[in-house]
Write a protein of this length. Structure first.
Length: 86
């Protein structure tokens, strides 16, 4: 499991956000024609949400079997460690 504290999780997450967000924002401003306050609309937000949904589903498809395999292997290691103790 994770050895990070809640503060470390927050700080690392925010550091990554601060690293990526300015560039992503600037690119988006060019793609969407300038001032976000003047040009944003609900359709843009809906399309972003749809894209995000598909990204999540693809990652689930890719990683959920690995997470299940990890659980199985951890149970097996724990059982073997228990056998060694005897």
């Amino acid at each position: 499991m994770s050895t990070r504290t809640p503060d470390q999780i927050r700080d690392e997450s925010m550091a990554r956000f601060n690293q990526v967000a300015p560039v992503k924002y600037d690119v988006g401003q060019k793609e969407h024609g300038g001032n976000l306050d003047e040009n944003v609309n609900f359709t843009d937000i809906e399309y972003e949400a749809v894209d995000f949904w598909h990204y999540v589903q693809s990652l689930k498809h890719k990683y959920e079997p690995l997470l299940e395999e990890n659980k199985t292997l951890r149970r097996r290691v724990a059982a073997l460690e228990e056998m060694i103790k005897r």
